[in-house]
Design a protein around this ligand. Structure first.
Ligand SMILES: NC(=O)c1ccc[n+]([C@@H]2O[C@H](COP(=O)([O-])OP(=O)(O)OC[C@H]3O[C@@H](n4cnc5c(N)ncnc54)[C@H](O)[C@@H]3O)[C@@H](O)[C@H]2O)c1
Length: 278
């Protein structure tokens, strides 16, 4: 049930990749705290289901279906969000997937696909956002002395911050998004935008299923990718975390939420590891 006086009442949030996993849990959490949520995903049915879950609980949401890697889509996402809700206060750049393999087997296409979704798409979405942000914030500063505090949360991974065998392209994209985060934190401080990053360890979603049970492959944009971990790998992940378990999507959403609330208004350019103490 959406809280009428939640911490994010009156705020508008865009969450990419909100049809499943961490993105879905984040969209639901932000909506419960009062935000109106623009739900993006590639997959129509999943995006619709997230929107329905929010609106059935008296929350506000609408779906903006499409791939964040399509060149025109970032502009479309920002424009349709502004048309629907008139403002943007929070952007969570979460959409992503993995395309693993040994470095020597990575194709150029694989390398580029990982950079496209994990760093180029967040950049293009934020660049599109800046076209509305800069004049809006300047006007707020002229009228009230300070712009409204807005929030960007980008999603990285311990693969990006620590490296991970078989993920050379993915980890390069997830490392690059940290540089994007810290640079925009510096550029947009003057507009009172906090730009932070959450780097996940192992979160239990379709990307990290045990493939002994069901050999999992996911479809992204009409193409199949092998995902998942062996039971031995899953056990290793559990053993290597202080909390001894994988995170749930709600754990991931909780970390993102910390950067969306007013209590974090003086925190910017940071990378928060959400890994259960890896
Ligand atoms: N699950 C983990 O252990 C883990 C660890 C580190 C980082 N991450 C990151 O967390 C984020 C969320 O992943 P998840 O585990 O919830 O995965 P998930 O597969 O459950 O959800 C990701 C969603 O993003 C969507 N998506 C993928 N490409 C898209 C595109 N081009 N445009 C729009 N939507 C797109 C998918 O359709 C899917 O619904 C990703 O950026 C991922 O790299 C996950």
């Amino acid at each position: 049930m959406a809280e009428p006086d939640g911490k994010l009442s009156g705020k508008v949030a865009i969450v990419t990749g909100a049809g499943r996993g961490v993105g879905k849990a984040t969209a639901l959490k932000l909506a419960r705290e009062g935000a109106s949520v623009v739900v993006n995903d590639l997959d129509v049915a999943e995006a619709r289901a997230t929107v329905a879950e929010i609106t059935n609980s008296q929350g506000q949401a609408f779906g903006c279906v499409g791939s964040v890697t399509e060149s025109e889509f970032p502009e479309h996402l920002v424009q349709t969000s502004l048309e629907a809700f008139g403002q943007i206060d929070i952007i969570v750049n979460n959409a992503g997937y993995i395309w693993n393999g040994a470095a020597h087997n990575h194709s150029d296409e694989q390398w580029q696909a990982m950079l496209d979704v994990h760093v180029s798409a967040p950049f293009r979405i934020l660049r599109a956002f800046s076209r509305w942000l800069r004049p809006t914030a300047k006007q707020e500063i002229a009228e009230q002395g300070r712009a409204v505090c807005r929030k960007v949360v980008n999603i990285s991974s311990v693969s990006g911050t620590q490296g991970s065998a078989t993920q050379v392209a993915y980890s390069a994209g997830k490392a690059a998004v940290v540089g994007l985060t810290r640079t925009l934190a510096k550029e947009w401080g003057r507009y009172n935008v906090t730009v932070n990053c959450v780097a996940f360890g192992h979160i239990d979603t379709r990307l990290t299923q045990a493939y002994e049970q069901v050999p999992p492959a996911i479809e992204v944009g009409g193409r199949e990718f092998k995902v998942g971990l062996s039971n031995a790998q899953l056990e290793g992940v559990r053993r290597s975390t202080a909390l001894g378990r994988a995170g749930q999507p709600e754990d991931g959403a909780g970390a993102i939420y910390l950067f969306c609330i007013p209590e974090s208004n003086f925190i910017t350019g940071e990378v928060l590891t959400c890994s259960g103490g890896i």
